[in-house]
Design a protein around this ligand. Structure first.
Ligand code: ATP
Ligand code: MG
Length: 673
């Protein structure tokens, strides 16, 4: 295609590290291809055999997938493992303990402060905590199918509360602890959760987060919307610590209970509620990058297989590994690669409460050195932020235990990929760029690190059971080297089943664009070697004089410039070209901005992509508007790029982490002069 040669170097190849291949579950491309083929052509055997590693109280009668993606043929639906009954918490905990892993470390809890009381929990200890929680919820009257909202910091109570819900068949709805009272109230009301589990507060770096007082406010707001929260369970995270007086909250008699009192007298064993394969496990809202957040609904058995299999094969999980995923359990990454995927594999992992920059910018690396982490999983936004402070904070720590680095959340620029590989990975680690969504529950595209040579910036190939296609604007499947909309032809096991309480919106949001396909919303290229490259959201593709340019490509070119730490690119209406290219640019720590940079940056993009992609406008951005999960909110940037930016309505910005960056951008505006 015409827009295909404007490329960051797509031929650059990083070979599988041989020491990794030697032990890997999948050791060659041939092996990967054979397994992939089996997963698609004979799911009955491939997924059926894998599923039988788990405990089924009632065996499934059919593997699946049973599904309809074509609205013309009736409602969209999908199911896996029909007829089966199982339980996620049982398979994460009891099953591993029966296998002899009871004394194995499950979770190393690392607190915000370096000198706080970090603690480690074995599988047996996690099970006991989960059972106490589960018994307490049952005593509260919570039964199968009831929703429980969880608004907790990253302490061990968070995954434990999730697993407790799973154990009794309740549906958890975790709300990230950075959300406002408004956002929390909306999610409580939407889920109709009578029970909310929160904490008095938590320190993030040196700032207290008032979780309980925000919960109090959210309960009031919910009540105004006609919904009454009956029980608020409060974990005393700061109670009795030197920070206790930093948090202020009310106490509603009859409604509020301290977690210790709630679970304290409960027995440490609890029977299991066996649930059907398609019974709901949890609901979780998307991050809101593109609009009003969607309450994604996941079910039991398929999600179990998807998270288990990707943890095992993409992260090439081995018994001696120590896994560290830096995501919060408030996001899908924390659900799938903290609470469920690692525990299903019997893994040892680090659960980190704090932030990467506290007390200093090397906290992640200190943690890796402390626990001898082998597998580290983070987001490009974190990598770029840490790149700003240079190499020394990384290299002053002993990172020799690392063997595998993961990335998720956004396209990773080749520049950041290579820094991650060279500086963090010491040039010897594999990198798994994992592309997936809240909706898909587990990885869609990712290299199997023992088998696949990587190209920096490419998420490589589809995972087992994932059948992708790239469509043109008319919905026709493209072959070979191509670029278009990324869709799924069939549901992988861990696919979402609906939007909670709104199946209509579910069909419209994902199945109305292309008949018979699930539309990811993302643009994608396939190169001549069959590697997949995410080019950004489809609505982020800019059409300049008939050339379709992915915003991710222009951003990568800008970030490759020495002074640039981060860039965000959007389109704006242009009289002659149709759309013009508008670039927001953040400089490295300590760099002064100067207008003389503008022509240099434009030249950089011309050289790396082509003259037709030359930026029209460069806007210096000391900070970018990001969602609380760290993604750039381009829809806000598109509005600020307009000539009448001062009078634009910026839409739903409730998931913005720091609203004040918007004012700074307006004050810096190149159109203001
Ligand atoms: P919303 O759907 O509410 O706009 P969101 O899409 O940001 O929010 P998530 O489900 O957390 O919510 O993010 C999934 C999206 O993140 C993907 O659709 C894709 O755009 C992007 N993404 C995730 N991982 C990668 C990756 N490795 N490479 C490229 N893009 C990625
Ligand atoms: Mg999305």
């Amino acid at each position: 295609m015409s827009d295909f040669n404007q490329e960051v170097d797509m031929s650059e190849m990083f070979k599988v590290p041989e020491q990794l291949r030697a032990k890997a579950h999948v050791k060659s491309m041939e092996e990967y291809r054979a397994m992939y083929k089996a997963s698609i052509e004979d799911p009955e055997t491939f997924w059926g055999d894998m599923a039988r590693e788990f405990h089924w109280e009632t065996p499934f009668t059919k593997v699946g997938p049973t599904f309809n993606f074509d609205r013309a043929k009736g409602p969209v639906h999908m199911s896996w493992f029909d007829g089966g009954k199982t339980n996620l918490a049982y398979n994460c905990l009891d099953r591993n303990i029966e296998k002899g892993l009871g004394d194995r470390m499950a979770i190393h809890y690392e607190c915000n402060d370096m000198d706080d009381q970090h603690a480690s929990f074995t599988y047996t200890q996690v099970l006991e905590l989960v059972c106490k929680f589960a018994n307490a919820l049952k005593a509260e009257g919570v039964t199968k199918g009831d929703r429980v909202s969880i608004y907790l910091p990253m302490t061990v109570e968070l995954p434990a509360a999730m697993l407790a819900c799973a154990r009794i068949g309740a549906v958890h709805s975790v709300v990230f602890g950075g959300f406002s009272a408004d956002a929390l109230a909306g999610r409580i009301v939407d889920a109709q959760s009578k029970v909310v589990i929160t904490a008095d507060g938590v320190m993030r770096a040196t700032k207290p987060v008032q979780l309980k007082s925000i919960t109090d406010k959210a309960c009031e707001l919910a009540e105004l919307q006609g919904f009454k929260v009956e029980r608020v369970v409060c974990v005393g995270r700061l109670k009795g610590t030197p920070y206790a007086d930093q948090v202020k909250h009310d106490w509603v008699e009859g409604r509020d209970v301290w977690c210790n009192d709630f679970i304290g007298s409960q027995p440490a064993t609890c029977g299991v509620e066996w649930v059907a394969s398609e019974d709901p496990l949890f609901m979780l809202y998307t991050s809101g990058s593109t609009g009003r957040p969607k309450g994604v609904l996941h079910t039991t058995a398929g999600y179990m297989l998807g998270t288990f299999a990707t943890m095992k094969y993409v992260f090439d999980y081995q018994m001696e590994d120590t896994f560290f995923c830096t995501a919060d359990c408030g996001w899908i990454t924390g659900h799938s690669y903290i609470t469920y995927g690692p525990m299903l594999n019997g893994a040892t992992q680090v659960l980190f409460e704090g932030v990467p920059t506290h007390p200093e910018v090397d906290r992640f690396w200190k943690i890796c050195a402390k626990y001898k982490v082998t597998t580290f999983y983070t987001a490009p936004t974190a990598i770029r932020a840490l790149m700003k402070s240079g190499e020394e904070p990384v290299t002053r720590n002993d990172l020799s235990s690392l063997r595998l680095l993961g990335s998720v959340g956004e396209p990773i620029n080749p520049e950041a990929w290579k820094w991650y590989h060279r500086v963090v990975g010491g040039g010897r680690c594999a990198i798994a760029d994992t592309y997936w969504q809240t909706e898909t529950g587990s990885h869609l595209l990712a290299p199997l690190v023992g088998a696949v040579d990587c190209k920096p910036g490419s998420a490589c190939f589809p995972f087992f059971g994932v059948e992708v296609a790239i469509l043109d604007d008319k919905g026709v499947e493209l072959e070979g080297e191509c670029s278009g909309s990324l869709v799924l032809r069939r549901p992988p096991p861990s696919m979402m089943r609906s939007l909670y309480g709104d199946h209509q919106r579910f069909e419209e949001a994902y199945f109305s664009q292309f008949n018979g396909y699930y539309f990811t919303g993302d643009g994608c290229k396939r190169d001549k070697d069959g590697y997949y490259w995410l080019t950004g959201r489809m609505d982020d593709v800019i059409n300049v004089s008939g050339h379709r340019i992915g915003t991710a490509e222009v951003e990568s070119a800008l970030v490759a410039f020495p002074n640039v730490a981060e860039a965000a690119v959007v389109g704006f209406p242009h009289d002659i070209k149709g759309e013009g290219i508008y670039c927001y640019v953040t400089l490295n720590e300590g760099e002064e901005y100067d207008d003389a940079l503008k022509p240099k940056l434009k030249q950089q993009v011309r050289e790396m992509i082509g003259a037709f992609a030359t930026p029209d406008e460069i806007h210096w951005a000391p900070g970018l508007p990001k969602t609380r999960s760290g993604k750039i909110m381009r829809r806000v940037l598109r509005k600020i790029a307009l000539p009448d930016y001062l009078t634009q309505d910026l839409g739903d910005t409730s998931t913005l982490a720091d609203p004040s960056v918007v004012d700074v951008l307006k004050a810096n505006h190149p159109r203001a002069a």
